[in-house]
Design a protein around this ligand. Structure first.
Ligand SMILES: Cc1cc2nc3c(=O)[nH]c(=O)nc-3n(C[C@H](O)[C@H](O)[C@H](O)COP(=O)(O)O)c2cc1C
Length: 192
């Protein structure tokens, strides 16, 4: 595993600058609202992701800060995520469609992840940062928003303008201070 304290990805050859600079901070600039154009751009990026059979098994629940919906989503986060995530401009619940009228959608998890990768890239282009979370109570969230059984909350993304990591509370600052690390390319390749 290679690790670096630099927030930029260290790569063997140059990659797209937005991919190299993207990282998931827990620090958000306070009191910044997403513009309607930014929200639309994020959703367009997700919408145009590829999916198995073009089934598009992704749905999104967008909750902007200072709304009742935002508070309801925050309440479903794990305690360790609640404090920092409540400063984000918006929380986006990424929901997968488990089945459609033709049957189960076996690649829904994969497809939703791909849509979120597109959204994350577009966010970087908009000057925004995204930190995704698996640390939330999916059953509570589904119940809170009366989602049907086929719609499964899979991740919650905190979205906003990057803030100052130095201003983070000690208890949540860990990931922003730890070196960024990745497996080496050789370790990703399965030897035939
Ligand atoms: C599906 C998923 C779940 C995650 N869950 C959490 C979480 O609950 N809390 C948190 O602080 N970060 C969470 N993260 C952020 C990861 O820890 C982070 O993306 C990873 O350490 C790599 O850092 P980077 O995005 O800055 O490259 C999650 C990321 C993903 C993609």
């Amino acid at each position: 595993m290679t690790a670096t304290a630099d927030r930029h990805a260290q790569t063997a050859v140059p990659i797209h600058p937005l991919l190299a600079s993207r990282h998931s901070t827990r620090a958000f600039a306070p009191d910044v609202d997403l513009t309607d154009a930014q929200v639309t751009a994020l959703l367009e990026a997700a919408r145009w992701a590829p999916s198995s059979g073009n089934t598009q098994p992704w749905r999104f629940l967008l909750a902007k800060r200072d709304t009742g919906e935002f508070k309801r989503v925050v309440d479903c986060l794990n305690p360790g995520n609640r404090e920092w995530a409540s400063h984000a401009s918006a929380l986006l619940v990424a929901v997968r469609t488990e089945a459609n009228e033709r049957g189960p959608l076996g690649h829904a998890m994969y497809d939703l992840g791909q849509a979120m990768a597109h959204l994350t890239f577009q966010a970087a282009a908009e000057g925004l940062t995204v930190r995704q979370m698996a640390g939330f109570d999916a059953a509570a969230l589904a119940a809170e928003f009366a989602l049907p059984e086929t719609l499964v909350p899979t991740a919650v993304a905190a979205i906003g303008v990057p803030g100052d990591p130095a201003a983070l509370a000690e208890s949540v600052a860990g990931p922003d201070r730890a070196p960024r690390a990745r497996l080496a390319i050789e370790d990703l390749l399965i030897k035939p």
